[in-house]
Design a protein around this ligand. Structure first.
Ligand code: PRP
Ligand code: URA
Length: 208
């Protein structure tokens, strides 16, 4: 499955602000939220709708609605939380699960420290959220864990992806559609994306 990359002047403009090291926490958070909404728009293009009948002020009208309850969003803590604010503005009734992972700075391997999912997670379509897909380790570990719980339909939404991370995730889970705002050039020797935006968690939470 080919990754879906948002290719739009507005996204390029927003990413330029996000990448800039002089952009402060407030604006950084706001832009992550805005791009997350655009990713969600793209990732729900194949959503199935239920038939309903409503009354406009003038007439009865057969139309359709989204069953928001079918969805669960799973941010990868910490940085993934920054994408939730935006997405719940457009799908406010979706359930939210959390997985806590951090990368071991030496091995770059993900270490799980928290996992809590909504009821009947296996029946829901899950959007995994993380601004950065770098080596791919965190995304793959999250999806492994969700599949172990029986989840069948998973999409991965990120702001910036490395070519290496995309390939690794595709090889591990070729049924998972990847959505990203931008595919960057490469990883550096410390597993950071170039040009990237630095450490997403630190920039969202102002921890460095
Ligand atoms: C960052 C990022 C991803 C992970 C990506 O999290 O938010 O979860 O790195 O890297 P990978 O693709 O190589 O696994 P980090 O481990 O820095 O934790 P944090 O969000 O708590 O800061
Ligand atoms: N995690 C980040 O926050 N940034 C990177 O560039 C790579 C991993």
């Amino acid at each position: 499955m080919k990754e879906i990359i948002l290719d739009h002047p507005l996204v390029t403009h927003k990413l330029s602000i996000l990448r800039d090291k002089n952009t402060g926490t407030k604006e950084f958070r706001e832009i992550i939220s805005e791009i997350a909404i655009l990713l969600c728009y793209e990732a729900t293009k194949d959503a199935t709708l239920d038939d309903i009948t409503i009354e406009t002020p003038l007439t009865k009208y057969d139309t359709k609605k989204l069953n928001e309850d079918k969805y669960a969003f799973v941010p990868i803590l910490r940085a993934g939380m920054s994408m939730v604010d935006g997405i719940i503005k457009v799908i406010p009734n979706a359930k939210i699960g959390h997985i806590g992972l951090y990368r071991n700075e030496k091995t770059l391997e993900p270490v799980e420290y928290y996992y809590k999912m909504p009821d009947k997670i296996e029946e829901r379509e899950v959007f995994v959220l993380d601004p950065m897909l770098a080596t791919g380790g965190s995304a793959i570990a999250t999806i492994n864990r969700l599949k172990k719980d029986g989840v069948k339909k998973i999409k991965f939404l990120c702001i910036i992806a490395s070519p290496e991370g995309i390939e690794k995730l595709k090889n591990a889970h070729n049924d998972v559609q990847i959505y990203c705002a931008c595919k960057d050039k490469c990883l550096n020797e410390n597993g950071y994306i170039l040009p990237g935006l630095g450490d997403a968690g630190d920039r969202v939470y102002g921890t460095k």
